[in-house]
Design a protein around this ligand. Structure first.
Ligand code: 4AD
Ligand code: MG
Length: 477
């Protein structure tokens, strides 16, 4: 018999029809009720066995984690929360899971423990929900841009340039590390390497996607990016996915408008299309909240937070205005943001960002026009001589979710900047060429996909929203 997915059984299989269902056993209660999940939905189907019609030894193998196949009739269910169940006629064990050894038992496991068994955690409700939402968000990204007439461009993973100029790159080499060829003065001779030059894993596809932007006008890239920054935080991964749109003829304000529209669309899409999974995660978060002291509990539920994003305009604020607010604010009764006083030009720390978003405005904030010294070389210089047309979108509970800017399209200004920062021109000659031949004003931004998934799922640690997190000292799987 052809297999029916559990979502289709629960969502409309007619009572009286025969179905085959395959999946993993969640629980087996009273030698009668098997809860089976196949990942097509967070909901399990209940398969009911008549104990007397099966060999006891056979039923003993129906344990949490085992994979089974059942044939049977769809019948009305008297159980709570389900309209149908399956009356089992045949039951086959496809794969046993020794209950003495299978690490997932029908109880709540800590997220830390589940990280150690990343190869099995997709079988929990929490990770099943997160992976399905991740998929929906990937689809929503492509839909948003396709509906707007943008073109998806694949940018390279292996590159010869440092897009952010921050020196946080993983090297790519084909050398036998025990016998690396060296030049006469003792430096590594990359001319002898696979590509004939020094190469890295990309930190951003921006520079390359700009080349397509100067031809197809509105484009985006969505790919993996890599950063060897040693930040062991709940917001940083060494391997993460980034969505980077790039638009010709957009100025900074157009860029901010698109970023706000895009974020609202993604959150709205999840609310509309991931109802069961979000309801589960919302409930999970509320349970966790109850265990916390009153003053640490969330002001809004997950679903309320998501709806809030869709319904409210983001605050837009220049860096200079933000510094003024911070200078005059007390994050708690005693403390002021002391070290920012008279310190225009300093980069904002995450405590400043959180203060603006979570305490002062209680809304997402787009900060723009940052001091030129603290931002990347490609950002467009403003006429004040001090700032660049940069923008960061700050989200409650997350901090920076998007970073972007209008790009410097003037050849002379960009060339001077590249020289000033000591970036070798041989790495960026092609990027400068774009400003020599038919240059145009253009802008773009990068959304960190995992930070977005963190916001949508309400998960506190970024390691729990990507199937195989890469962080310092962690590349087990
Ligand atoms: O602000 P970033 O470094 O900007 C860029 O890379 C630009 N080239 C983007 C562009 O304009 N096309 O990174 C963009 C976003 C951040 O706002 C953050 O959401 C995410 O990428 N991000 C990280 N996410 C997870 N782990 C990390 N280590 C991240 N670093 C940045
Ligand atoms: Mg940034």
């Amino acid at each position: 018999m052809k297999r029916t997915k559990i979502i289709d059984v629960l969502d409309g299989a007619k009572v009286g029809t025969q179905v085959n269902v395959k999946g993993w056993v969640r629980t087996f209660r009273n030698n009668q009720f098997i809860a089976i999940n196949d990942g097509s939905t967070i909901n399990n189907v209940q398969a009911v066995v008549d104990f007397n019609s099966f060999d006891e030894k056979h039923l003993k193998r129906v344990t949490t984690g085992a994979c089974i196949s059942v044939n049977g009739e769809v019948v009305e269910s008297l159980g709570k929360g389900q309209s149908v169940e399956i009356k089992v006629a045949e039951l086959e064990i496809l794969g046993d899971a020794d209950p003495e050894k299978f690490p997932l038992q029908p109880k709540k496991h800590s997220l830390e423990f589940l990280r150690e068994i990343a190869h099995l955690r997709a079988r929990t409700n929490t990770f099943g929900a997160i992976y399905r939402i991740r998929h929906a968000m990937i689809f929503a990204v492509h839909k948003f841009f396709t509906d707007k007439g943008f073109f998806n461009i694949h940018t390279p993973i292996i590159t010869g340039s440092d897009a952010e100029g921050a020196g946080e790159m993983f090297k790519v080499t084909n050398f036998d590390l025990d016998s690396v060829p060296r030049t006469e003065d003792g430096r590594i001779d990359y001319k002898e390497d696979f590509f004939g030059k020094e190469t890295n894993l990309t930190v951003s596809g921006q520079l390359e996607v700009e080349t397509a932007c100067m031809a197809l006008s509105e484009v985006y890239t969505f790919g993996p990016t890599f950063r060897a920054e040693n930040s062991n935080t709940s917001r940083h991964l060494a391997e993460f996915w980034m969505i980077e749109p790039e638009m010709a003829f957009y100025e900074l304000e157009d860029n901010m408008n698109l970023a706000e529209e895009f974020l609202k669309y993604l959150v709205g899409y999840a609310l509309e299309n991931c109802k069961d999974d979000l309801a589960f995660l919302d409930n999970r978060a509320q349970e966790e909240d109850k265990a916390k002291p009153q003053n640490e509990r969330a002001e809004m539920t997950l679903l309320e937070r998501l709806q809030f994003i869709v319904d409210n305009e983001f605050v837009r604020l220049s860096y200079t205005e933000a510094i003024d607010i911070l200078r005059n604010s007390k994050p708690n009764k005693k403390k002021k943001f002391q070290y920012l006083i008279n310190d225009w030009g300093a980069d904002l720390q995450s405590e400043h960002e959180r203060f603006l978003v979570e305490k002062h405005f209680k809304k997402p904030v787009i900060l723009f026009n940052y001091p030129k010294e603290i931002k990347a070389f490609y950002m467009r210089h403003n006429d004040d001589g001090k700032t660049v047309a940069a923008m960061d979108v700050l989200f409650p509970g997350i901090g920076e979710i998007i970073g972007g800017s209008q790009r410097e399209e003037r050849y002379d200004v960009l060339k001077a900047k590249v020289e000033e920062q000591g970036i070798p021109e041989e790495d960026l000659w092609w990027y400068l060429d774009l400003r020599k031949f038919g240059s145009a004003p253009h802008s773009g931004f990068g959304l960190g996909f995992e930070r977005m998934i963190q916001f949508v799922t309400g998960m506190g640690n970024i390691r729990d929203v990507i199937p195989f997190p890469r962080t310092p000292d962690n590349a087990e799987f």
